[in-house]
Design a protein around this ligand. Structure first.
Ligand code: ADP
Ligand code: SR1
Ligand code: MG
Length: 422
């Protein structure tokens, strides 16, 4: 089966009252929660799209699961904005593949139900959303390595450097029709935030700045368009598709990647750039938040570790790979291959920086903001931080082509932050 084709016949929206009975019919879940147990059910979803329930044994809270269900609308916008439930089928497929590729970096799936658009998975009770930890200025010693490793393993393994032509096309077919979520990204990451649009967020001083410096900057918008073109046309690897600090659950030792419903075959640089952009959004917020200089430095170091871990693992996998769609014994010498890999990684960094720039602007001007900035109550402070993020986005976009290394990127960022932000 290629596209997910959910029918309504077997679908109903679950709630606190109906969940216990639904779960009682699923042996794998009964095994986790305990047979015949009284259940406590809480809706804990804080995301933009779906409903997420924490369900636990009333007598023993250590026995718990997470139930995530897609509803036929965009939660962020309300029931008047229809959105197909197919997204859960793609999340189920991606999570299943990730459990093979990077077990221990994603939650275990206990049960999946495409007709009900439901995923029942491991409860990560000892972990919190990375974005919330970073807002509070908490350092996580392993998270950057985990993110870099996750990207290297998943992106290399699903690329044409690793897979044979036919098996790769079969895998691509499993994700090609994640059309509605790709369209959301096309609209909300690459289009609406750069123009007047009814869905955009509004903060008066930021709106004025955006009108004068974003909406009317043809070169910047043409650059964004070029990245939108890359997004829709470069089917390089299976992307997570929404890899930001809100899609990571962490503690001091472990990190888990969640929420892979946007998975599709796209440009590797998109996943890499999105996560970098989100660390920068947080860094800017700490010119106001309590983390201060030390935490801002830590955030920038993490960008370096993410890139270096990603780059070294990705290149290591590539160097060790056997024959694949793109690797043919005897076609290039070892020296030619090494040279090519270097050029490839270099371009990937520049493209990741372009995607980071888009990510920063969409989270600033578009409907779906980030709590790092949007939760700051003082509109004047918020606006100064927003404008700083927009300026940094523009600086990244114009400067990306002269970046030869991660050191160059960090130098550009530090130079930007050397001017007053507030
Ligand atoms: P959405 O697709 O709507 O964005 P998410 O997958 O991001 O939903 O989940 C929303 C929230 O639910 C997360 O921010 C997190 O707080 C919680 N959550 C999701 N999965 C888990 C899990 N496996 N364990 C614990 N909490 C989870
Ligand atoms: C309307 S776009 C909603 C956003 O929320 C999701 O988490 C993705 O980031 C998406 O772009
Ligand atoms: Mg999501």
């Amino acid at each position: 089966m290629s596209g997910a084709n959910n029918t309504t016949a077997d679908y109903r929206i679950l709630d606190r009252d109906s969940l216990p009975e639904y779960l009682a019919g699923i042996p794998a879940v009964v095994e986790v929660l305990g047979p015949g147990a009284d259940l406590n059910v809480r809706e804990i979803g804080d995301g933009n799209l779906n409903f997420v329930f924490h369900v636990s044994n009333a007598a023993d809270a250590s026995k718990a699961v997470i139930v995530k269900q897609a509803v036929p609308y965009l939660r962020l916008a309300g029931e008047d904005w229809p959105l197909g439930r197919d997204r859960m089928t793609y999340e189920i497929r991606a999570l299943s593949l990730y459990n093979q590729l990077v077990p221990g970096l994603v939650p275990k799936a206990y049960h999946t139900d495409e007709q009900m658009s439901t995923l029942i998975m491991e409860y990560l009770g000892d972990h919190i959303i990375l974005r919330l930890g970073m807002i509070d200025g908490i350092q996580y010693p392993k998270v950057a390595e985990h993110i870099g490793y996750f990207m290297a393993e998943t992106l290399f393994a699903t690329s044409a450097w690793s897979m044979g032509s036919t098996e790769r096309r079969q895998l691509m077919e499993q994700f090609t029709m994640n059309a509605e979520l790709c369209k959301l990204s096309e609209d909300f990451i690459f289009t609406f935030p750069y123009m007047e649009h009814g869905s955009n967020y509004s903060n008066p001083a930021t709106d004025v700045w955006a009108r004068e410096n974003i909406h009317t900057d043809s070169q910047y918008k043409l650059d964004v368009l070029a990245f939108k073109n890359l997004f829709v046309s470069k089917t390089e690897a299976l992307l997570h598709g929404d890899l930001h600090s809100g899609s990571m659950m962490v503690n001091q030792a472990d990190s888990y990647v969640i929420d892979m419903e946007f998975a599709f075959f796209g440009p590797i640089a998109f996943d890499v750039g999105k996560i970098i952009g989100n660390f920068l959004l947080c860094c800017t917020s700490h010119y106001y938040r309590s983390g201060g200089t030390e935490y801002r430095q830590w955030l920038l170091q993490q960008i370096e570790v993410i890139w270096n871990t990603f780059g070294s693992h990705f290149v290591e996998r590539w160097t060790q790979a056997g024959e694949s769609t793109l690797l043919t014994n005897g076609f290039l010498s070892n020296d030619e291959q090494a040279q090519y890999r270097q050029t490839y990684m270099h371009t990937l960094l520049q493209d990741a920086v372009g995607f980071a720039a888009c990510s920063m602007t969409r989270r600033t001007l578009g409907i779906a903001g980030v709590a790092d900035i949007r939760d700051i109550e003082d509109a004047d402070i918020r606006s100064k931080l927003e404008i700083a993020n927009l300026k940094l986005s523009k600086r990244l976009m114009t400067g990306r082509k002269s970046l030869n290394s991660i050191d160059d990127l960090l130098a550009l960022i530090k130079n930007f932050y050397s001017s007053p932000i507030l």
